[in-house]
Design a protein around this ligand. Structure first.
Ligand code: AMP
Length: 401
């Protein structure tokens, strides 16, 4: 039983093909088409045996990109399928489901209408996500499509968590509120942490930290999100690779008054801020920032300190909201791989009765406890796998076992 997972971005189409037979949950091929719609599209095709191929097919839109991917998957020499009918179902990552979507759903006209209604909330991603779905409907006629939304896991937040303290009609008329993102990742690590700790999800109280290029945290009480750092868009909350995170909204007004258009400020806050904007060394990639901080380059050290401080502030807030959680969970490229960042964060919250175990923490990408045995609660690394979560959700929605 094979499930194809599609993540269609504004100029890219990522894919992962899983064999889900008998609980196998094995990736059998993956890759992406990037620069869709430009004169230099690029297809990267990978198999888990280490085989990798790169080529430049003629690709003008997401439909062409998907056709190029399908041709690869069925290629007699390098492919992994005899034909497309081997694909049982397709799962799609969709950014924004607004308030109406609280769980993964089988795609029909009503679901597509909701994705369209949410275009203003996810102007770059939702149209591309819909294009990905429509391309699959055309090419895989008769194969069910399931949409898994980045916002859905956060829909359990109470109004006091998701409302902004602005005139209520902005919420009622325009849907301006906190939605939260990275939901599929927070959901996956929540389920995995419950399993790892041998607990039922509904009894689990944790703080999840997804620290990657984009960063977000969630306060999980009884297995459900009660607060999260990202907001109306993925810009709110933590400091990220190129995104500002929290700031005084009046600073945004001031930036406009200083001469930038609203669109320019949006680009500055999303693409030129965060680690990139502060460090001033031409990158927002954490590996480079850490290396530069050690060499004393630019303001990399300051950027690192700001990054950690923001996470620590939210841990303090969520510790109280959740009520003495049992674990602090690290995931995402930075959370899983950077022992230094984990150490800086846990060192800074020692007053909450937790200490890092330097030896246990000396790992990358491995599911394990990294706090000392005498800590009052645990720090854990839990590698995320959003694609697998989407594949699992897809089969669940369709009732396929
Ligand atoms: P993601 O968006 O989850 O793929 O995470 C990407 C981020 O993880 C980038 O900022 C990378 O620099 C960072 N990252 C990956 N490996 C490491 C590492 N070993 N140490 C520090 N940061 C890392």
């Amino acid at each position: 039983m094979k499930v194809l997972v599609i993540n269609a971005g504004s100029s890219s189409l990522k894919f992962t093909l899983f064999d889900m037979s008998n609980g196998a949950e094995q990736v059998i091929a993956s890759g992406l088409v990037e620069r869709v719609g430009t004169d230099k599209p690029n297809l990267i095709y990978k198999r888990p045996d280490g085989f990798k191929q790169e080529e430049s097919p003629k690709v003008q839109n997401h439909g062409d990109a998907l056709k190029a991917v399908c041709a690869k998957l069925c290629d007699p020499e390098v492919g992994v399928l005899k034909n497309l009918s081997e694909v049982t179902a397709i799962g799609h990552r969709v950014l924004h489901g607004g308030e109406k979507i609280t769980m993964p759903v089988k795609v029909d006209k009503g679901v597509k209408d909701i994705i369209r209604e949410c275009f203003p909330l996810g102007p770059l991603h939702n149209p591309a996500n819909l294009m990905g779905i429509e391309a699959c409907e055309e090419i895989f006629a008769g194969v069910p499509n399931v949409a898994v939304f980045d916002t859905q896991f956060h829909q359990t937040m109470p109004p006091e968590a998701y409302l902004y303290a602005i005139p209520y009609e902005y919420y009622e008329k325009h849907g301006i509120r906190k939605y939260g993102f990275h939901g599929t990742s927070h959901h996956f690590v929540t389920d995995s942490t419950a399993e790892f700790l041998g607990k039922k999800v509904e009894d689990l109280n944790i703080i999840t930290c997804h620290l990657g290029n984009g960063c977000s945290m969630a306060a999980i009480k009884n297995g459900k999100v009660i607060d999260t750092t990202m907001g109306l868009t993925p810009l709110e909350g933590l400091m990220m690779g190129t995104r500002s995170g929290d700031m005084d909204p009046a600073a945004v007004v001031r930036m406009v008054e200083l001469g930038s258009t609203a669109k320019e400020v949006d680009t500055i806050l999303n693409k030129k801020s965060g680690l990139f904007g502060v460090a001033g060394i031409g990158t927002g990639d954490m590996r480079d920032i850490q290396a530069a901080a050690l060499e004393g380059k630019g303001r990399a050290d300051l950027a690192l300190k700001m990054f950690v401080r923001r996470v620590v502030k939210y841990i303090g807030a969520y510790y109280v909201l959740v009520g003495a959680p049992e674990a602090l969970v690290f995931t995402g490229g930075i959370g899983e791989n950077s022992k230094e960042i984990r150490q800086m964060i846990v060192d800074a919250i020692g007053c909450l009765g937790i200490r890092i175990d330097a030896e246990k923490n000396n790992v990358r990408g491995k599911k394990c406890v990294v706090s000392t045995a005498d800590s009052k609660w645990k720090a854990i690394i839990m590698p995320t796998n959003e694609e697998l979560m989407i594949a699992r959700n897809t089969l669940e929605v369709l009732g396929i076992k």
